[in-house]
Design a protein around this ligand. Structure first.
Ligand code: GAP
Length: 434
């Protein structure tokens, strides 16, 4: 993990937020290449959910919803972690369940100073704030801890305007917030994070079938992004692990450097949420099938993924070190689908017409794909820089280019360098990165 964290900082992908003030717990900023990578992950998710399907529609609901939302959803009463505090020297707070994993037997002690611990206290993870300038009764609202509830609130509206019938899904991507008390492992667990969630509404009798379907579909999606299938597995939750709303959940886990950990949860939420919101709001949240004349509350299958955790899995999976000519090289072997930059254009020299020709080629390529022009420093250094951000292809313009209109096309993983006519470049690059 340390190498990945260091690379992310060095190349400006992801770095601690508020650094000039010493940072703020579990919060990170995404720099230029981090934003490009993040957008590619989100776009790939939208593509799989919307563009390549006919049965899912998109939504972007508000982050701050009516506070009754969280009463109905069970988050106000039940979205808690058991918190213990060190009564010894260090006074730090920990999640009791996490400590128990590390200390499976006997009485728990503080993992930092060995001190005695307090009795566990239920600690709600929702961030509270107020609407209006004064904190008064009725003004308390919450930053959403999951995007899912916005989807349930808009179930009826979507059903009407989108003219869908179950099975159909509503997908959304957006920020969620949790007052996590455990120190995160880089971006694995942060206070604010982006979720990619889809609620798939199905006839009750089909729930199990669709649960199976989405588990496989979501595993396949990670593999399609280039993640090693050997480092992915499905793990079913035991009965004591299930969330309050779920009758069955399986996590897709990835073998992070911290061990097998959750990348995405795929839950069978049954009719819990629609029933709860129907009761609290007084609205009928059901489906009437005009063909069978049947009226029912659909059951919900929910693949819920995290953008940050997907990025972390991609980065850990892609991180590699090898040697070129006796020198160590750090390389991100990211799939061209998600690589922040698809092709770099490098003039060999900063004179003799190389920059002009390279700029011309760069302008042509960037109309098709994310491209970068780099003329700073020795050519070997520039290749290394691109290798470190995972750029799959590099085009070098040299004196021969000016004579016969060919360039060198270098491939990040195989390190092959091939002479290619400029007229074929766009096709060659888009073939690889599509
Ligand atoms: N709507 C269901 C739900 O929110 P979850 O398992 O709590 O389920 C879904 O969250 C996904 O969101 C997780 O698999 C993870 O990828 C991401 N996630 C959850 N909490 C996170 C946190 N504190 N930091 C980063 N990602 C988080």
């Amino acid at each position: 993990m340390d190498e990945v964290v260091a690379l992310c900082k060095r190349r400006g992908l992801i770095f601690p937020a508020s650094e000039i003030y010493g940072g703020i717990a579990n919060t990170y900023d995404y720099g230029h290449y981090g934003v490009l990578l993040k957008n590619n992950v989100i776009n790939a998710w939208w593509r799989a959910m919307i563009q390549e399907r006919d049965d899912v529609v998109a939504l972007d609901s508000a982050i701050i919803q009516h506070p009754r939302t969280w009463e109905a959803s069970g988050h106000l009463a039940g979205f808690t972690d058991p918190l213990v505090q060190c009564l010894g020297k260090c006074k730090q707070r920990f999640r009791e369940d996490h400590l128990r994993e590390a200390q499976p037997e006997g009485e728990l002690v503080c993992p930092v100073c060995g001190g005695e611990l307090s009795e566990p206290r239920a600690f709600n993870l929702m961030f509270e704030t107020t609407i209006g300038p004064v904190k008064e009764a009725g003004s308390t609202v919450y930053l959403r801890p999951e995007t899912a509830q916005g989807i349930f609130l808009d179930f009826k509206t979507t059903l009407q305007y989108a003219r869908r019938k179950p099975p159909f899904g509503i997908a959304q991507v957006g920020k969620s917030f949790r007052n996590e008390i455990t120190p995160g492992n880089f971006i694995f667990r942060t206070l604010e994070f982006e979720q990619m969630e889809m609620e798939f509404f199905v006839p009750p009798a089909e729930a199990e079938k669709w649960h199976e379907y989405w588990m496989q579909a979501r595993m396949d999606w990670y593999v399609s992004l280039g993640i090693d299938p050997e480092r992915l597995k499905l793990r079913a939750h035991g009965p004591d692990e299930l969330s309050h709303y779920s009758s069955a959940t399986s996590d897709i886990e990835y073998l992070y450097p911290i061990g097998w950990s959750e990348l995405e949860g795929i839950a069978n939420r049954g009719d819990f949420d629609l029933k709860q919101h129907a009761e609290y709001s007084g609205e009928k949240l059901e489906y009437f099938d005009p063909e069978t004349r049947e009226r029912y509350i659909p059951h919900v299958i929910e693949p819920a993924a995290g953008v940050g955790r997907t990025m972390l899995a991609l980065l850990c999976d892609a991180y590699d070190e090898d040697e070129i000519g006796g020198e160590k090289r750090t390389v991100l072997r990211l799939s061209p689908k998600v690589a922040p930059v698809k092709v770099a254009v490098l003039p060999l020299l900063r004179k003799d017409g190389h920059p002009e020709k390279a700029t011309e080629i760069y302008h042509e390529l960037r109309r098709q794909v994310s491209a970068e022009y780099d003329s700073g420093g020795h050519i070997g250094k520039r290749y290394r820089r691109q290798d470190e951000i995972g750029t799959p292809l590099a085009v070098t313009v040299d004196h021969q280019t000016l004579e016969d209109d060919t360039v060198t096309l270098r491939e990040r993983d195989t390190l092959t360098q091939e002479r290619v006519p400029v007229s074929e470049l766009v096709d060659r690059v888009t073939d690889v990165t599509r």
